[in-house]
Design a protein around this ligand. Sequence first.
Ligand code: GLU
Length: 464
Amino acid sequence: MSVRVRFAPSPTGNLHIGGARTALFNYLFARHHGGTFVLRIEDTDTARSKKEYENNILQSLKWLKMDWDEFYRQSERMDIYKEHLEKLKRDGKVYKCFCTKPELEEKRRKCDLMKKPYKYDGKCSRLAEDEIKRLEAEGREHVIRFRIGPGTTVINDLVRGTITFDNRELDDFVLTRSDGVPTYNFCVVIDDALMNITHIIRGEDHISNTPRQLQLYKALGFKEPLFAHIPLIIGADKAKMSKRDGGVAVTDYSGAGYLPEAALNFLALLGCSYGSDEQVYSLKDLTEKFSVEHINKSPAVFDMNKLEWLNGFYIRQKSDEELAGLVKPYLAAKNMLPDGAKLITVIRLEKERLKKLSDIVENAGFFFTDHLEYDKDAYEKFFKNADTLALLGEYEHELRHTAFDKASLEAFTRGFVEKKGLKLKDIVHPVRLALTGKLVSAGLFEVMETLGKDIVLYRLNLPK
Ligand code: GLU
Protein backbone atom coordinates (compact mmCIF):
# COMPACT_ATOMS: atom_id res chain seq x y z
CA MET A 1 0.00 0.00 0.00
CA SER A 2 1.58 3.28 -0.97
CA VAL A 3 1.21 6.16 1.47
CA ARG A 4 -1.03 9.06 0.44
CA VAL A 5 -1.53 12.00 2.77
CA ARG A 6 -3.05 15.40 2.36
CA PHE A 7 -2.93 18.91 3.77
CA ALA A 8 -6.39 20.41 3.51
CA PRO A 9 -6.45 24.07 4.54
CA SER A 10 -9.53 26.26 4.38
CA PRO A 11 -8.59 29.57 2.75
CA THR A 12 -10.27 31.64 5.45
CA GLY A 13 -7.07 33.24 6.73
CA ASN A 14 -3.34 33.38 6.13
CA LEU A 15 -1.45 30.13 6.72
CA HIS A 16 -1.11 29.85 10.48
CA ILE A 17 1.99 28.41 12.17
CA GLY A 18 -0.13 25.49 13.40
CA GLY A 19 -1.36 24.79 9.87
CA ALA A 20 2.18 24.92 8.53
CA ARG A 21 3.25 22.38 11.16
CA THR A 22 0.37 20.07 10.14
CA ALA A 23 1.41 20.43 6.50
CA LEU A 24 5.02 19.66 7.42
CA PHE A 25 4.19 16.47 9.35
CA ASN A 26 2.16 15.25 6.37
CA TYR A 27 4.91 16.24 3.99
CA LEU A 28 7.64 14.49 6.00
CA PHE A 29 5.50 11.38 6.37
CA ALA A 30 4.88 11.23 2.61
CA ARG A 31 8.52 11.81 1.69
CA HIS A 32 9.77 9.37 4.34
CA HIS A 33 7.61 6.61 2.84
CA GLY A 34 8.12 7.60 -0.77
CA GLY A 35 4.40 8.41 -0.87
CA THR A 36 2.22 11.20 -2.23
CA PHE A 37 1.54 14.59 -0.66
CA VAL A 38 -1.79 16.05 -1.75
CA LEU A 39 -2.70 19.71 -1.29
CA ARG A 40 -6.42 20.30 -1.17
CA ILE A 41 -7.97 23.72 -0.75
CA GLU A 42 -11.22 23.35 1.20
CA ASP A 43 -13.08 26.36 -0.11
CA THR A 44 -16.72 25.37 0.00
CA ASP A 45 -17.49 28.01 2.61
CA THR A 46 -17.99 30.71 0.01
CA ALA A 47 -18.72 33.43 2.56
CA ARG A 48 -15.39 33.06 4.35
CA SER A 49 -13.05 31.70 1.67
CA LYS A 50 -10.89 34.23 -0.19
CA LYS A 51 -8.50 33.92 -3.10
CA GLU A 52 -5.93 36.09 -1.31
CA TYR A 53 -5.81 33.56 1.54
CA GLU A 54 -5.36 30.68 -0.88
CA ASN A 55 -2.47 32.62 -2.43
CA ASN A 56 -0.98 33.23 1.00
CA ILE A 57 -1.19 29.51 1.82
CA LEU A 58 0.52 28.49 -1.44
CA GLN A 59 3.16 31.18 -1.07
CA SER A 60 3.91 30.11 2.52
CA LEU A 61 4.24 26.43 1.60
CA LYS A 62 6.54 27.31 -1.28
CA TRP A 63 8.64 29.50 0.98
CA LEU A 64 9.05 26.55 3.35
CA LYS A 65 9.98 24.45 0.30
CA MET A 66 7.16 21.95 0.74
CA ASP A 67 6.25 20.87 -2.75
CA TRP A 68 3.03 19.00 -3.35
CA ASP A 69 2.37 16.21 -5.81
CA GLU A 70 -1.33 16.75 -6.47
CA PHE A 71 -3.55 19.79 -6.12
CA TYR A 72 -7.33 20.06 -5.76
CA ARG A 73 -9.91 22.71 -4.97
CA GLN A 74 -13.17 21.57 -3.44
CA SER A 75 -15.12 24.33 -5.19
CA GLU A 76 -14.27 22.55 -8.45
CA ARG A 77 -15.67 19.23 -7.25
CA MET A 78 -19.27 20.13 -6.46
CA ASP A 79 -20.71 17.55 -8.86
CA ILE A 80 -18.91 14.78 -7.03
CA TYR A 81 -20.42 15.78 -3.68
CA LYS A 82 -23.87 16.06 -5.26
CA GLU A 83 -23.57 12.57 -6.69
CA HIS A 84 -22.71 11.10 -3.30
CA LEU A 85 -25.48 13.02 -1.63
CA GLU A 86 -27.94 11.40 -4.07
CA LYS A 87 -26.63 7.99 -3.09
CA LEU A 88 -27.11 8.75 0.60
CA LYS A 89 -30.63 9.99 -0.16
CA ARG A 90 -31.48 6.81 -2.05
CA ASP A 91 -30.20 4.72 0.85
CA GLY A 92 -32.27 6.69 3.36
CA LYS A 93 -29.17 7.81 5.27
CA VAL A 94 -30.06 11.50 5.25
CA TYR A 95 -33.12 13.65 5.91
CA LYS A 96 -34.32 17.16 5.24
CA CYS A 97 -34.30 19.45 8.26
CA PHE A 98 -36.59 22.49 8.20
CA CYS A 99 -35.70 23.84 11.64
CA THR A 100 -35.16 27.59 11.42
CA LYS A 101 -32.24 29.48 12.84
CA PRO A 102 -34.25 30.96 15.75
CA GLU A 103 -35.62 27.47 16.56
CA LEU A 104 -32.11 26.03 16.66
CA GLU A 105 -30.88 28.92 18.74
CA GLU A 106 -33.66 28.27 21.23
CA LYS A 107 -32.70 24.59 21.46
CA ARG A 108 -29.09 25.59 22.04
CA ARG A 109 -30.08 28.09 24.72
CA LYS A 110 -32.08 25.41 26.57
CA CYS A 111 -29.08 23.06 26.52
CA ASP A 112 -26.88 25.86 27.87
CA LEU A 113 -29.36 26.48 30.68
CA MET A 114 -29.28 22.82 31.64
CA LYS A 115 -25.49 22.87 31.26
CA LYS A 116 -25.74 20.08 28.68
CA PRO A 117 -23.57 20.04 25.56
CA TYR A 118 -25.69 21.08 22.58
CA LYS A 119 -26.73 18.44 20.09
CA TYR A 120 -29.47 18.63 17.47
CA ASP A 121 -32.48 16.78 18.89
CA GLY A 122 -33.39 15.00 15.64
CA LYS A 123 -36.85 16.58 15.42
CA CYS A 124 -37.00 16.57 11.60
CA SER A 125 -35.75 12.99 11.36
CA ARG A 126 -39.25 11.97 12.45
CA LEU A 127 -41.24 14.06 9.95
CA ALA A 128 -43.89 12.14 8.01
CA GLU A 129 -43.74 12.18 4.20
CA ASP A 130 -46.84 14.43 3.82
CA GLU A 131 -45.51 16.85 6.42
CA ILE A 132 -42.27 17.19 4.40
CA LYS A 133 -44.33 17.78 1.23
CA ARG A 134 -46.36 20.48 2.98
CA LEU A 135 -43.24 22.32 4.26
CA GLU A 136 -41.67 22.16 0.82
CA ALA A 137 -44.85 23.43 -0.82
CA GLU A 138 -44.69 26.39 1.58
CA GLY A 139 -41.23 27.09 0.14
CA ARG A 140 -39.52 26.50 3.49
CA GLU A 141 -35.73 26.27 3.33
CA HIS A 142 -34.04 23.12 4.52
CA VAL A 143 -30.63 21.62 5.16
CA ILE A 144 -29.72 17.96 4.68
CA ARG A 145 -28.68 16.11 7.81
CA PHE A 146 -26.94 12.79 8.13
CA ARG A 147 -28.66 10.15 10.27
CA ILE A 148 -26.19 8.89 12.89
CA GLY A 149 -26.72 5.19 13.64
CA PRO A 150 -26.80 3.56 17.09
CA GLY A 151 -23.81 2.02 18.86
CA THR A 152 -20.31 3.35 19.36
CA THR A 153 -17.62 4.76 17.10
CA VAL A 154 -13.98 4.00 17.74
CA ILE A 155 -10.96 5.96 16.54
CA ASN A 156 -7.71 4.02 16.61
CA ASP A 157 -5.54 7.07 16.69
CA LEU A 158 -1.86 6.64 15.93
CA VAL A 159 -0.95 9.36 18.43
CA ARG A 160 -3.62 9.11 21.11
CA GLY A 161 -4.53 5.44 21.01
CA THR A 162 -8.13 4.21 21.13
CA ILE A 163 -10.85 6.80 21.61
CA THR A 164 -14.43 5.55 21.89
CA PHE A 165 -17.51 7.69 21.30
CA ASP A 166 -21.06 6.75 22.21
CA ASN A 167 -23.05 7.59 19.08
CA ARG A 168 -25.71 9.18 21.26
CA GLU A 169 -23.21 12.01 21.84
CA LEU A 170 -23.03 12.69 18.10
CA ASP A 171 -25.74 14.72 16.49
CA ASP A 172 -27.21 14.32 13.03
CA PHE A 173 -24.80 16.75 11.41
CA VAL A 174 -25.45 18.93 8.38
CA LEU A 175 -24.19 17.71 4.99
CA THR A 176 -25.51 20.53 2.84
CA ARG A 177 -26.63 23.99 3.88
CA SER A 178 -29.93 25.55 2.80
CA ASP A 179 -28.25 27.04 -0.29
CA GLY A 180 -27.12 23.53 -1.25
CA VAL A 181 -23.47 24.16 -0.41
CA PRO A 182 -21.86 21.04 1.10
CA THR A 183 -20.17 21.29 4.51
CA TYR A 184 -16.62 20.47 5.58
CA ASN A 185 -17.57 17.21 7.33
CA PHE A 186 -19.22 15.96 4.15
CA CYS A 187 -16.68 16.99 1.49
CA VAL A 188 -13.70 15.92 3.56
CA VAL A 189 -14.92 12.31 3.69
CA ILE A 190 -15.77 12.09 0.00
CA ASP A 191 -12.42 13.59 -0.97
CA ASP A 192 -10.27 11.62 1.44
CA ALA A 193 -11.92 8.42 0.26
CA LEU A 194 -11.84 9.16 -3.49
CA MET A 195 -8.28 10.48 -3.28
CA ASN A 196 -7.27 7.23 -1.57
CA ILE A 197 -5.83 9.01 1.43
CA THR A 198 -4.25 6.38 3.66
CA HIS A 199 -3.34 8.49 6.71
CA ILE A 200 -5.10 11.58 8.00
CA ILE A 201 -2.65 13.63 10.02
CA ARG A 202 -4.32 16.76 11.35
CA GLY A 203 -4.77 18.98 14.40
CA GLU A 204 -6.30 17.62 17.56
CA ASP A 205 -9.07 20.23 17.27
CA HIS A 206 -10.64 17.91 14.68
CA ILE A 207 -10.99 14.93 17.02
CA SER A 208 -14.67 15.72 17.62
CA ASN A 209 -15.31 15.68 13.85
CA THR A 210 -13.69 12.29 13.33
CA PRO A 211 -16.47 10.03 14.72
CA ARG A 212 -19.00 11.86 12.53
CA GLN A 213 -16.77 11.39 9.53
CA LEU A 214 -16.27 7.71 10.37
CA GLN A 215 -20.04 7.22 10.39
CA LEU A 216 -20.14 8.65 6.91
CA TYR A 217 -17.36 6.33 5.70
CA LYS A 218 -19.46 3.44 6.91
CA ALA A 219 -22.66 4.71 5.29
CA LEU A 220 -20.92 5.12 1.94
CA GLY A 221 -19.05 1.83 2.15
CA PHE A 222 -15.66 3.55 2.03
CA LYS A 223 -12.52 2.03 3.51
CA GLU A 224 -11.44 3.96 6.62
CA PRO A 225 -8.05 5.68 6.60
CA LEU A 226 -5.77 5.75 9.64
CA PHE A 227 -5.84 8.83 11.85
CA ALA A 228 -3.13 10.73 13.70
CA HIS A 229 -4.33 13.78 15.61
CA ILE A 230 -1.45 16.03 16.53
CA PRO A 231 -1.38 18.20 19.68
CA LEU A 232 -2.08 21.90 19.55
CA ILE A 233 0.56 24.58 19.75
CA ILE A 234 0.34 26.87 22.76
CA GLY A 235 2.07 30.16 23.54
CA ALA A 236 4.73 30.64 26.20
CA ASP A 237 1.95 31.56 28.68
CA LYS A 238 0.36 28.14 27.99
CA ALA A 239 -2.62 29.83 26.34
CA LYS A 240 -3.65 29.51 22.72
CA MET A 241 -1.09 31.01 20.30
CA SER A 242 -1.81 34.64 19.62
CA LYS A 243 -0.32 37.72 18.01
CA ARG A 244 1.56 38.36 21.25
CA ASP A 245 3.74 35.35 20.51
CA GLY A 246 5.34 37.28 17.67
CA GLY A 247 2.85 36.61 14.89
CA VAL A 248 0.70 33.69 13.91
CA ALA A 249 1.01 33.58 10.12
CA VAL A 250 3.98 32.07 8.32
CA THR A 251 4.28 35.27 6.27
CA ASP A 252 4.73 37.28 9.50
CA TYR A 253 7.92 35.31 10.04
CA SER A 254 9.18 35.42 6.48
CA GLY A 255 8.50 39.17 6.45
CA ALA A 256 10.46 39.74 9.66
CA GLY A 257 13.50 38.01 8.21
CA TYR A 258 13.36 34.47 9.48
CA LEU A 259 14.93 32.00 7.10
CA PRO A 260 12.81 29.17 5.71
CA GLU A 261 15.37 26.57 6.88
CA ALA A 262 15.05 27.87 10.46
CA ALA A 263 11.26 28.07 10.36
CA LEU A 264 11.00 24.56 8.95
CA ASN A 265 13.43 23.14 11.51
CA PHE A 266 11.53 24.93 14.29
CA LEU A 267 8.11 23.70 13.13
CA ALA A 268 9.38 20.15 12.88
CA LEU A 269 10.39 20.27 16.56
CA LEU A 270 6.97 21.50 17.71
CA GLY A 271 5.55 18.39 19.35
CA CYS A 272 7.78 15.83 17.69
CA SER A 273 11.19 14.32 18.41
CA TYR A 274 13.72 12.75 16.09
CA GLY A 275 15.51 10.25 18.25
CA SER A 276 18.14 12.54 19.84
CA ASP A 277 18.57 15.82 21.70
CA GLU A 278 19.91 17.42 18.55
CA GLN A 279 18.02 20.62 17.61
CA VAL A 280 19.39 21.30 14.14
CA TYR A 281 17.90 19.27 11.30
CA SER A 282 17.88 19.80 7.58
CA LEU A 283 14.85 18.86 5.54
CA LYS A 284 16.74 15.75 4.46
CA ASP A 285 17.46 14.70 8.07
CA LEU A 286 13.85 15.31 9.03
CA THR A 287 12.57 13.25 6.14
CA GLU A 288 14.80 10.37 7.12
CA LYS A 289 13.96 10.48 10.81
CA PHE A 290 10.27 11.43 10.88
CA SER A 291 7.91 8.95 12.47
CA VAL A 292 4.33 9.34 13.72
CA GLU A 293 5.40 7.37 16.80
CA HIS A 294 7.59 10.30 17.81
CA ILE A 295 4.72 12.77 17.92
CA ASN A 296 3.97 13.88 21.49
CA LYS A 297 0.58 13.67 23.11
CA SER A 298 0.89 16.89 25.10
CA PRO A 299 0.61 20.38 23.60
CA ALA A 300 3.70 21.88 22.03
CA VAL A 301 4.93 25.15 23.51
CA PHE A 302 5.96 27.80 21.02
CA ASP A 303 9.43 28.88 22.18
CA MET A 304 10.42 32.12 20.50
CA ASN A 305 13.98 31.93 21.89
CA LYS A 306 14.48 28.60 20.18
CA LEU A 307 13.26 30.01 16.87
CA GLU A 308 15.64 32.97 17.19
CA TRP A 309 18.52 30.72 18.11
CA LEU A 310 17.88 28.46 15.11
CA ASN A 311 17.53 31.46 12.84
CA GLY A 312 20.85 32.89 14.04
CA PHE A 313 22.41 29.50 13.44
CA TYR A 314 21.17 29.30 9.84
CA ILE A 315 22.12 32.93 9.20
CA ARG A 316 25.71 32.11 10.16
CA GLN A 317 25.70 29.17 7.75
CA LYS A 318 25.19 31.54 4.82
CA SER A 319 28.06 32.95 2.79
CA ASP A 320 28.61 36.70 3.18
CA GLU A 321 27.49 37.25 -0.41
CA GLU A 322 24.26 35.31 0.04
CA LEU A 323 23.48 37.07 3.28
CA ALA A 324 24.14 40.44 1.67
CA GLY A 325 21.51 39.64 -0.95
CA LEU A 326 19.05 38.58 1.74
CA VAL A 327 19.35 41.68 3.94
CA LYS A 328 19.39 44.19 1.09
CA PRO A 329 15.58 44.51 0.78
CA TYR A 330 15.30 45.36 4.49
CA LEU A 331 17.79 48.20 4.09
CA ALA A 332 16.25 49.35 0.81
CA ALA A 333 12.82 49.53 2.48
CA LYS A 334 14.30 52.13 4.84
CA ASN A 335 15.92 54.03 1.99
CA MET A 336 19.32 52.79 3.08
CA LEU A 337 20.79 51.84 -0.24
CA PRO A 338 23.94 49.87 0.41
CA ASP A 339 26.88 49.83 -1.98
CA GLY A 340 27.95 46.25 -2.64
CA ALA A 341 31.51 46.22 -1.30
CA LYS A 342 30.61 48.07 1.87
CA LEU A 343 27.66 45.77 2.48
CA ILE A 344 29.90 42.69 2.41
CA THR A 345 32.23 44.28 4.96
CA VAL A 346 29.28 45.16 7.17
CA ILE A 347 27.89 41.64 6.86
CA ARG A 348 31.21 40.26 8.13
CA LEU A 349 30.98 42.59 11.12
CA GLU A 350 27.34 41.90 11.92
CA LYS A 351 26.84 38.24 11.03
CA GLU A 352 27.42 36.99 14.59
CA ARG A 353 24.82 39.31 16.06
CA LEU A 354 21.96 38.93 13.59
CA LYS A 355 18.97 37.02 14.94
CA LYS A 356 16.82 37.84 11.97
CA LEU A 357 17.47 39.53 8.65
CA SER A 358 15.51 42.66 9.59
CA ASP A 359 17.90 43.25 12.54
CA ILE A 360 20.33 44.63 9.97
CA VAL A 361 18.44 47.94 10.02
CA GLU A 362 18.63 48.36 13.79
CA ASN A 363 22.15 46.95 14.18
CA ALA A 364 23.89 48.39 11.14
CA GLY A 365 21.61 50.95 9.48
CA PHE A 366 24.06 53.69 10.59
CA PHE A 367 26.51 52.52 7.93
CA PHE A 368 24.07 53.39 5.19
CA THR A 369 22.45 56.65 6.24
CA ASP A 370 23.46 60.20 7.06
CA HIS A 371 20.54 60.59 9.45
CA LEU A 372 21.53 58.94 12.70
CA GLU A 373 18.95 58.39 15.36
CA TYR A 374 20.65 58.87 18.69
CA ASP A 375 19.77 56.95 21.81
CA LYS A 376 18.03 59.72 23.73
CA ASP A 377 19.30 59.07 27.24
CA ALA A 378 22.83 58.47 26.07
CA TYR A 379 22.72 61.68 24.05
CA GLU A 380 21.74 63.64 27.17
CA LYS A 381 24.46 61.98 29.21
CA PHE A 382 27.38 62.41 26.81
CA PHE A 383 26.66 65.26 24.48
CA LYS A 384 25.25 67.69 27.05
CA ASN A 385 28.44 67.31 29.04
CA ALA A 386 31.12 69.92 28.32
CA ASP A 387 34.00 67.66 29.42
CA THR A 388 32.94 64.88 27.12
CA LEU A 389 32.49 67.26 24.21
CA ALA A 390 35.95 68.73 24.79
CA LEU A 391 37.43 65.25 24.94
CA LEU A 392 35.70 64.24 21.70
CA GLY A 393 37.01 67.43 20.07
CA GLU A 394 40.58 66.58 20.99
CA TYR A 395 40.16 63.00 19.90
CA GLU A 396 38.78 64.09 16.56
CA HIS A 397 41.62 66.54 16.08
CA GLU A 398 44.35 63.99 16.74
CA LEU A 399 42.56 61.30 14.75
CA ARG A 400 43.08 63.29 11.56
CA HIS A 401 46.70 62.17 11.48
CA THR A 402 46.03 58.49 12.11
CA ALA A 403 46.00 55.67 9.60
CA PHE A 404 42.47 54.31 9.30
CA ASP A 405 42.90 50.60 9.69
CA LYS A 406 41.56 48.76 12.70
CA ALA A 407 44.93 48.07 14.36
CA SER A 408 46.20 51.66 13.99
CA LEU A 409 42.93 53.06 15.27
CA GLU A 410 43.07 50.85 18.34
CA ALA A 411 46.73 51.68 19.05
CA PHE A 412 46.03 55.38 18.61
CA THR A 413 42.98 55.31 20.88
CA ARG A 414 44.79 53.40 23.61
CA GLY A 415 47.66 55.87 23.46
CA PHE A 416 45.19 58.76 23.60
CA VAL A 417 43.46 57.62 26.79
CA GLU A 418 46.73 56.69 28.45
CA LYS A 419 48.09 60.18 27.87
CA LYS A 420 44.96 61.63 29.47
CA GLY A 421 45.00 59.21 32.39
CA LEU A 422 41.59 57.86 31.32
CA LYS A 423 40.17 54.44 30.69
CA LEU A 424 39.38 53.09 27.22
CA LYS A 425 35.64 53.11 27.92
CA ASP A 426 35.73 56.85 28.67
CA ILE A 427 36.31 57.50 25.00
CA VAL A 428 34.79 54.40 23.41
CA HIS A 429 31.22 55.07 24.63
CA PRO A 430 30.88 58.67 23.42
CA VAL A 431 32.70 57.90 20.16
CA ARG A 432 30.44 54.94 19.48
CA LEU A 433 27.40 57.07 20.22
CA ALA A 434 28.61 59.78 17.84
CA LEU A 435 29.31 57.30 15.05
CA THR A 436 26.39 54.90 15.40
CA GLY A 437 23.76 56.66 17.50
CA LYS A 438 23.89 53.76 19.97
CA LEU A 439 25.82 52.39 22.91
CA VAL A 440 25.99 48.88 21.45
CA SER A 441 27.49 47.92 18.09
CA ALA A 442 30.08 45.69 16.51
CA GLY A 443 33.71 46.37 17.59
CA LEU A 444 34.32 50.13 17.49
CA PHE A 445 37.61 50.09 15.60
CA GLU A 446 36.16 47.87 12.90
CA VAL A 447 33.16 50.17 12.68
CA MET A 448 35.53 53.16 12.28
CA GLU A 449 37.58 51.43 9.60
CA THR A 450 34.41 50.51 7.69
CA LEU A 451 32.87 53.96 7.93
CA GLY A 452 36.13 55.53 6.73
CA LYS A 453 37.93 58.66 7.84
CA ASP A 454 35.67 61.29 6.24
CA ILE A 455 32.48 60.01 7.79
CA VAL A 456 34.07 59.37 11.16
CA LEU A 457 35.48 62.89 11.39
CA TYR A 458 32.20 64.34 10.19
CA ARG A 459 30.12 62.44 12.74
CA LEU A 460 32.51 63.26 15.57
CA ASN A 461 31.89 66.91 14.79
CA LEU A 462 28.14 66.62 14.81
CA PRO A 463 27.09 66.57 18.43
CA LYS A 464 27.39 70.10 19.70
N1 GLU B 1 -10.26 22.39 6.12
C1 GLU B 1 -10.02 21.87 7.43
C2 GLU B 1 -9.24 22.90 8.22
O1 GLU B 1 -8.64 23.78 7.64
C3 GLU B 1 -9.21 20.60 7.29
C4 GLU B 1 -9.32 19.67 8.41
C5 GLU B 1 -8.81 18.28 8.03
O2 GLU B 1 -7.61 18.16 7.86
O3 GLU B 1 -9.62 17.40 7.90
O4 GLU B 1 -9.25 22.89 9.43
